[in-house]
Design a protein. Structure first.
Lengths: 190, 252
C-alpha cells in the first residue's frame, strides 16, 4: 500500500482554476490550501479538493444524526430540548444545540399532548431531521424515546415496571414514550 | 551586584554556551491529554508548557458570543511551582495581558467564521518557567489547535530576540549584542526583549511586544533574528504533528 502523505494547515493543495475548495480547505488568492491536518483527497465527480482529517474533528450536527437530548421546556404542541451528545462522537457539539420536537414527530401514532410522552428533565434519544434554520428532532422509532426519566414529584429516577414507570423513591407512577433500552443505558459507555 | 553579570564573552558565547543566533533545545509532543479535544506538551530550554484546546463550543456568557464568528479564548496560567519563589496562584496583571495578546494572535489564524457563536478555549499551563514562556505557550497552543482539528490558515509560532551585554562586568557601557531566544538571566539582566509570533507561511506578524530599549537598527536586526528563529521552530511543530499522525496512517 502506498504511503499517504499528510498535509498540514496552510499547505498548498491546488488552484481555484483547477478545483473547488471543499471540506478541510480554504481559498486564498486563488490558491486552495489545507486548513487541517489530514490527507489530500480529490473528489473528481464534484471537482472538489478535500482534506480528510486524521485528527479528531469538531462535531457539527447533520441531518440524520442520532442524538441524546434533554427536555428543557414543554409546550402544548412541541418540546424544546437541548442536544447534549451525538451518538458515535467523542467530542462535545460545536454550534447551536437548541432543538425542537413537534408533537406530530413524537410517535407514529397520535399523541395529543407532548406531556403524555415526555416530562421536563428527561433524557431521550432522537434523530435530527433538520439543522437549518433550526434544529428539528423526531422520535418515530422503537430505539427513540426516553432513556432516563425523572419523577415529576420528587425528581428521583424512574424504573420500568411492565409498561409503566414507577419512582423508586415515592412510588409515583408515570407514563412516557420509552426507548427499547430504557433504564439500561450506561452514560459511561457512550 | 549581580546586574553587572557578564552575559556574553569575547568570543560571542553566551552564559549557557549558546551562540548569538542559537535557540535553546525544543521538544514538542502533540496530543498528550485524553480529555481535551486537542493538546500539546512543549519543552523549550527550561520551560515546560502544556496547552489544551476545548471546543468550538457554545460561548458562555452569551453576550460574549459573536453571531458571525467564533471567539478564541486563550488562558495563560503559571503554576504556583513554576518559578523559583512560589508564585501566588491565579490570574494577575501579567498573565491577563499574555492571555489577551495570545487570544488575539490565535484569532488571526483560526478560520473563526466557520463556527458562529462558538468559543474555542485554549488553556496554556506553564509548569516550569525559564524566560520566554509566552512564546512557548503560543507555540504549544498552535500545535494543540491543529491537533484539535480546528480549521486554521497556518500553524502559528512564536520566538523572541533581545539585546544583552551593553554593560560589561565593570559597569562600563559597550555596544551590546542582539541575540536570539533569551535565557532567564539574559532576560532579567539584559537590555531588551522582543517576543514575536508569526504565521510562518505568510510571514505575517500576529504578536509583537517589546520590553526595554532598542535603536531602530537593533530592532530591525532583532526582528529578523526572531523571524529566523520562528521558522526553525515551525519545522519542529510540523514534525511533532507528522510524528503523531503519520504513524496511524501507515497501519491501515
Amino acid at each position: 500500500m502506498t504511503e499517504k502523505k499528510i498535509v498540514l494547515p496552510g499547505d498548498k493543495l491546488s488552484t481555484s482554476e483547477e478545483l473547488l475548495s471543499g471540506d478541510g480547505t480554504f481559498e486564498e488568492d486563488g490558491i486552495i490550501r489545507s486548513s487541517q491536518v489530514g490527507t489530500y483527497v480529490v473528489d473528481n465527480q464534484n471537482k472538489r479538493a478535500k482534506v480528510k482529517a486524521v485528527t479528531s474533528m469538531p462535531v457539527l450536527l447533520k441531518r440524520g444524526d442520532i442524538v441524546l437530548a434533554e427536555v428543557r421546556m414543554m409546550r402544548s404542541s412541541m418540546i424544546i430540548a437541548d442536544v447534549i451528545h451525538v451518538i458515535g462522537s467523542k467530542r462535545g457539539i460545536s454550534g447551536d444545540t437548541n432543538g425542537t420536537l413537534r408533537v406530530s414527530e413524537i410517535s407514529k401514532g397520535y399523541v395529543k399532548d407532548p406531556s403524555d410522552a415526555f416530562s421536563l428533565g428527561d433524557i431521550f434519544r432522537a434523530r435530527v431531521t433538520q439543522v437549518k434554520p433550526s434544529i428539528q428532532l423526531e422520535t418515530k422509532d422503537n430505539e427513540f424515546g426516553v432513556i432516563k426519566g425523572f419523577c415529576s414529584k420528587c425528581r428521583n429516577s424512574l424504573i420500568k415496571k411492565d409498561n409503566i414507570l414507577e419512582c423508586k423513591n415515592c412510588g409515583n407512577k408515570e407514563r412516557r414514550l420509552t426507548s427499547n433500552d430504557f433504564g439500561t443505558f450506561d452514560p459511561n459507555n457512550l | 551586584m549581580e546586574s553587572d553579570i557578564k552575559l556574553i564573552d569575547a568570543d560571542g558565547k553566551r552564559l549557557d554556551g549558546r551562540k548569538i543566533d542559537e535557540l535553546r533545545k525544543i521538544k514538542i509532543e502533540a496530543g498528550v491529554l485524553h480529555r481535551a479535544d486537542g493538546s500539546c506538551y512543549l519543552e523549550w530550554g527550561g520551560n515546560k508548557v502544556v496547552a489544551a484546546v476545548y471546543g468550538p463550543r457554545e460561548a458562555i456568557p452569551r453576550h460574549s458570543q459573536n453571531p458571525l464568528k467564533a471567539i478564541v479564548r486563550a488562558r495563560y496560567n503559571m503554576a504556583a511551582f513554576s518559578v523559583e519563589d512560589r508564585k501566588r496562584p491565579g490570574p494577575d496583571r501579567r498573565s491577563r495581558e499574555i492571555s489577551k495578546v495570545t487570544s488575539e494572535a490565535l484569532e488571526k489564524i483560526v478560520l473563526t467564521d466557520k463556527f458562529p457563536r462558538a468559543a474555542i478555549d485554549v488553556n496554556i499551563e506553564v509548569l516550569e518557567a525559564e524566560a520566554g514562556t509566552r512564546c512557548a505557550g503560543l507555540t504549544a497552543a498552535g500545535v494543540a489547535l491543529a491537533d484539535a482539528g480546528i480549521p486554521m490558515t497556518d500553524i502559528p509560532v512564536a520566538c523572541a530576540a533581545g539585546k544583552i551585554g551593553s554593560n560589561d562586568e565593570n559597569g562600563k557601557k559597550t555596544g551590546g549584542h542582539v541575540v536570539l531566544d533569551l535565557g532567564k538571566r539574559e532576560d532579567n539582566f539584559g537590555d531588551a526583549d522582543l517576543p514575536i509570533a508569526i504565521s510562518p507561511r505568510t510571514g505575517e506578524i500576529i504578536l509583537l511586544q517589546m520590553d526595554g530599549h532598542l535603536t531602530l537598527e537593533e530592532f530591525d536586526q532583532a526582528l529578523t533574528l526572531a523571524i529566523k528563529g520562528c521558522n526553525i521552530i515551525s519545522e519542529i511543530q510540523k514534525d511533532a504533528l507528522l510524528e503523531k499522525y503519520q504513524k496511524g496512517l501507515e497501519v491501515d
